[in-house]
Write a protein that binds this ligand. Structure first.
Ligand SMILES: NC(=O)c1ccc[n+]([C@@H]2O[C@H](COP(=O)([O-])OP(=O)(O)OC[C@H]3O[C@@H](n4cnc5c(N)ncnc54)[C@H](OP(=O)(O)O)[C@@H]3O)[C@@H](O)[C@H]2O)c1
Length: 246
């Protein structure tokens, strides 16, 4: 992995230290998104999944971002489509996580109103820290009962999840290093409510066309949301950009 930005007059690093490059800012709650897009802006490969846009380097970045995070907020459609499994503790992160007072692995927090979630999968039966289900007050009582039996329920908002309340509730539990892996409908709402601090975007060197969403989907953001680039890495033609809110 080589660094393209920021440009430095120092001798080029032989290989960028990703853990260092993606360290969370200390002492504050920070929400970053990690997304991959094709060169023509698709958030899904033609098979409807994101794996076709990824690469070995993207998988490394994905792993590092998880290794640094306390919680991974993700929409129920992404969990259903991508077959999410519980993150396992990784020896490479064990010491740093223990020293920082973090759980051995990040906890998954699924956003869902329907609660049409398969609670018998490993995401619930094998998670070392109970998977969190973020839902709303008016969710189906049977769904709520099942979610409470297999995971931990966090209710925020009346008819839909209110993202600021949900993210604050996660932070109140000490889950301040927040990562969202989308999907596009969840990410658009997080951006719309002003809670997206950072976007980590992999640009895959692949053109796909087709009907795929972009990395944000839903109502337009009035006036757009400006982001400032702070770093750009490259490996095997994939670009790894970091943008923060100005
Ligand atoms: N390119 C990338 O980096 C990337 C990343 C992630 C996913 N993806 C792709 O994107 C696709 C899925 O993304 P998506 O945008 O369609 O779905 P999504 O954002 O993953 O999930 C949408 C679902 O989340 C729940 N939800 C969202 N907002 C809510 C709210 N305010 N209150 C209550 N529940 C809410 C609903 O679940 P219920 O239906 O259960 O109520 C909704 O159907 C997948 O095919 C995946 O491959 C790509």
């Amino acid at each position: 992995m080589r660094r393209l930005l920021p440009v430095s007059s120092a001798p080029a690093e032989p290989d960028v230290d990703l853990v260092d490059a993606y360290a969370y800012p200390p002492g504050r709650t920070w929400l970053r998104a990690n997304m991959v897009a094709s060169l023509d802006g698709a958030a899904q490969a033609p098979d409807g999944l994101s794996a076709g846009l990824s690469s070995p380097a993207d998988k490394r970045v994905f792993g590092v971002l998880r290794g640094l995070a306390d919680v991974i907020v993700v929409g129920a459609s992404t969990v259903r489509n991508e077959g999410y499994r519980p993150p396992k503790p990784k020896p490479a992160y064990a010491a740093a996580r223990a020293a920082a007072g973090q759980l051995p692995a990040p906890v998954i927090a699924i956003v869902s109103r329907s609660l049409a979630i398969d609670f018998t999968t490993s995401l619930f039966t094998e998670a070392i820290t109970p998977t969190i289900v973020i839902t709303c007050e008016n969710a189906r009582p049977e769904g709520l009962a099942a979610a409470a039996e297999y995971g931990e329920v966090l209710r925020a908002g009346r008819d839909r999840v209110d993202f600021p309340s949900a993210l604050d509730a996660l932070a109140a539990r000490g889950l301040t290093r927040q990562l969202t892996e989308g999907g596009p409908h969840v990410l658009a709402q997080i951006a719309a409510c002003g809670r997206l601090d950072e976007l980590c975007l992999t640009l895959s060197p692949l053109l796909t066309a087709g009907p795929a969403d972009r990395i944000l989907a839903g109502p337009g953001l009035t006036g757009g949301l400006s982001m400032r680039p702070i770093s750009l890495l490259e490996e095997d033609g994939s670009l790894f950009a970091r943008y923060v809110r100005p």
